[in-house]
Design a protein around this ligand. Sequence first.
Ligand code: MG
Length: 407
Amino acid sequence: MVGKTDIYANGSKLSHPRKTGRVRKPPPSPVILISMLAGYAVQVQQSRGRRFPEPPHPYRDDYQRDRDRIIHARAFRRLEDKTQVFTRRYSDHFRNRLTHTIEVAQITRTVAGALNLNVDLAEALALVHDLGHPPFGHAGEKALDAAMRRHGSFFDHNLHALRIVEDFEHRYAAFRGLNLTFEVREGIIKHSRDYDLAQYPELAEYALDQRPPLESQLVDLTDEIGYNTADLDDGYEARLLTLDQIRAGVPVFESFFRRVRQLYPEAPEKLQFNEALKRVFNRLTSDLIENTQGRLHQLAIESVDQVRVHSDRLAAFSRDVEAERRQIKSFLYENLYYSASLSEEKDDAERIVTRLFDFWIENPSALPHYYQGKAEQESLPRVVCDYIAGMTDHYIMEQYEKHCGGK
Ligand code: MG
């Protein structure tokens, strides 16, 4: 809530230079802002903390530090070269997993701020939400999961993200991984789905029978707002979706588009499209804020504990907007994700992941030394899976050329 209150624990207010040239002294550090968070927001002071305790930072609280650690992680930088939906074959302008992540973080900050939630925690969760995705988007994930299932296991991007932040990132001398707070690790696991304790006993510490805090619940929905609108945009730009197709298949878009055409009859079609899509985007986001606020009020939710023990997730769209969201999503599945135009590159992606996976299972000595060492402690399929999941689109293509001759 920095910037909303600007009141410091010592009672001073944020000072600004006056016209006289006199500058008031800044407050002494450590700077602790008194937050005006809602009762149902996560308070950083009540964090369950890090695995390895660390002294407090003078200028950033624990969730701000977690957010910054995520941004400085190698896995985060690799998102730049991981497919969201389109490979670069179509255009340099399309979203990749990094720009998608930044868009989700932006939406999340707005929604969390409007609900008086902990914006820093929500932002950290948005920035980390796709960290565990393998190369080549959904096709890559599907192929990796199928390969693991042939070895009696599976691939799950949330669990992989947790392994990245707990183990694979090597930045700090004092501990392995990023040593993130409990709430961020919990959100990585629980933001988008529920895990059954009987099936995942190793996740017992994350209270799997409880709902995650609202900051975490939000991210699944802001992710949807981000990619549903962005995929309409990129699909239209790529000419894989026509304006007529979108108008006919997405009624909420059509109703805004008609109004926009009356408002800007002379504007180029692309700008009319943008204006209509912007209104869809705003409708989804505003509805998420207002409907969630309404539910919290109606149910008299005043604490994080109430959020956690409630029978279902409290962050939600209204019934009407939820129906619109589903409509957009099924339109995208039918006309874009499963379209003939994208099927060739999806087939290529699946073949590359599958061929390389099998290659390293058969030739473990061709793995880098680090992964050969890991294979002494863990099963070979898991080690190969971790190696592939961490790759960018570019790097896996290079490996495919090198080991499979590009065939
Ligand atoms: Mg996402």
